[in-house]
Design a protein around this ligand. Structure first.
Ligand code: ADP
Ligand code: ADP
Ligand code: MG
Length: 475
């Protein structure tokens, strides 16, 4: 087993990986930017190294700086978390060259899956269903418009290197295709320094259903069930739950098998996620594979009684998976809410700054993953995700009730957060019934914001908060 792991990340995921290391008797070594001197992961760690100034490009994305620390601190492995260098093939290669284990798949696998258009082609060849789309890259807007005609509108323009919902445009009107294509391409160039584009048919009102995969170096591939991540804003997830209410046992089994086939086709090792869109009529299609630990992994851990970060570390150290497919028998229901330091009432503007009083929930069935503490500083340079509230209960309705009370207990003074909005979603009849899809936020944001304002006294109470207990029934 490894003796020292360098954690190449910050925020809640750095703390999450730190905890796994401590429990495995591995020494965690952390890194931080100048803006993160006071961060929780730095305070917890005995070994902490500053790797540069605040902007990620000069710190958390600086491969040389990170590898220099890894060598100097005699680390035998690097855990990249999510975001930053986690899906950077060159970094995985550089670790391998330096004789340091990269906790994740090989650089070649990351490279292959990192090009979403190429990943699609591989899945299609391997018999995993994909959405009808362009076979391969689309060279220019005019060719794209022709391919879109063939696929049939509406279509989705996507960046091959895309992530975090960026570089994507939905097109309903053929006349707007070329303009939106150029817009998406410019965004892709700016965000990913890569403007390869491809097309998919836009599936209307789908669910985002993803499967957690774990694979070892001995050919064992296990799927740990699904997560419904359809509560999204601009392609970014806000709330995730498992099990997904829309899946029949048969469909769940079929999608699980497709996810295992996809991981096998990729020659995968470690923790990964196969993402699908599921149409209202029950057809499912592969959209991408995320070759890293996912933000929403805790809901899977809770229902399957596993520790996915521990498992990642074991697999990277050359051990076999500690469970088989038969061992995975999910129990109960889990929900995660992402608490972001952003202001829903003002276009979700990021809200960094110093946190004053802080109170996080606890009690039966509640887990909080966060880098927050009373008095901490939230720098403006990074992702706005600051805490994840995860609840478990025997049934879905009990989990929803537990999440409501956990959100009610949450107090973050200082920066504005989306906590009240999340709380209102927990009362929305569509959410309570489980009859929502990826269009939920777009279609209900005005109502939700009115409810939030009414509940927090920010506006007239006319809109009326939806605390109608009559609606508290699952259908
Ligand atoms: P998840 O499915 O794990 O929620 P997200 O797409 O929301 O995945 O990304 C998780 C984190 O990684 C977020 O902090 C997001 O900003 C970041 N991220 C995702 N894709 C990229 C990318 N291509 N480049 C940089 N950061 C990314
Ligand atoms: P990213 O790499 O940014 O996570 P994805 O390919 O996973 O991009 O797409 C982000 C979200 O966009 C998905 O979770 C889903 O809600 C929606 N989406 C992606 N592809 C399609 C599609 N073909 N039809 C409908 N919705 C889609
Ligand atoms: Mg995705």
């Amino acid at each position: 087993m490894f003796q020292r792991i360098l954690i190449a990340n910050r925020g809640e995921i750095a703390v999450r990986v730190f905890r796994a290391c401590r429990e495995m008797d591995i020494e965690p070594v952390v890194v931080y930017s100048e803006a993160d001197r006071e961060a929780l992961h730095v305070q917890l760690a005995e070994h902490a190294y500053c790797i540069g100034p605040a902007p990620s490009a000069k710190s958390y994305l600086d491969m040389d700086a990170i590898l220099t620390v890894a060598k100097a601190a005699q680390c035998d492995a690097v855990h990249p978390g999510y975001g930053f260098l986690s899906e950077n093939a060159a970094f995985a290669d550089a670790c391998a060259r330096a004789g340091i284990a990269f906790i994740g798949p090989t650089g070649d696998v990351i490279r292959m899956m990192g090009n979403k258009s190429a990943a699609r082609d591989l899945m299609k060849r391997s018999g995993v269903p994909v959405v009808p789309g362009s076979d391969g890259a689309v060279p220019d807007a005019r060719t794209g418009a022709q391919i879109a005609e063939r696929i049939g509108y509406p279509v989705l323009i996507k960046a091959a290197a895309g992530g975090g919902g960026r570089g994507m445009r939905r097109v309903f009107d053929p006349d707007q295709f070329e303009g939106l294509f150029e817009e998406a391409r410019a965004e892709a160039r700016a965000c990913f320094n890569d403007d390869e584009m491809y097309l998919e048919k836009l599936v209307l009102n789908p669910h985002h259903i993803e499967f957690q995969i774990m694979a070892d170096a001995y050919g064992n591939v296990v799927q740990l069930g699904e997560r419904d991540c359809s509560i999204q804003r601009r392609g970014q997830k806000m709330i995730e739950e498992t099990p997904a209410r829309v899946l029949s046992p048969e469909l769940r089994a079929k999608m699980g098998e497709a996810a295992v086939a996809a991981a096998r086709a990729a020659g995968y090792r470690g923790a990964g996620t196969i993402e699908f869109v599921l149409s209202p009529t029950g057809e499912f299609y592969f959209i991408e594979m995320n070759t890293r630990i996912q933000v929403e992994h805790p809901i899977t851990e809770i229902v399957t009684a596993t520790d996915l970060v521990r498992e990642q570390i074991r697999v990277a150290a050359g051990l076999k998976l500690s469970f088989s497919q038969e061992d995975i028998q999910p129990r109960g229901h889990a929900i995660e809410c992402r608490i972001n330091a952003e202001d829903p009432a003002h276009g979700f503007l990021p809200s960094p700054g110093r946190v004053g009083f802080l109170h996080l929930p606890g009690g039966c069935g509640v887990r909080v993953d966060t880098g927050l503490y009373s008095g901490c500083e939230l720098p403006p340079f990074y992702d706005s995700l600051v805490a994840k509230l995860i609840v478990w209960a025997p049934t879905r309705l009990e989990a929803i009730r537990r999440m409501r009370r956990a959100l009610e207990e949450t107090v973050v003074e200082g920066p504005v957060t989306n906590t009240d909005l999340l709380h209102q979603i927990m009362y929305h009849p569509k959410f309570v019934r489980g009859s929502y899809d990826t269009s939920f936020i777009d279609q209900n944001m005005d109502t939700l914001l009115a409810w939030t304002n009414a509940a927090t006294g920010a506006a007239s109470a006319e809109a009326g908060a939806p605390r109608d207990r009559e609606q508290d029934r699952e259908e």
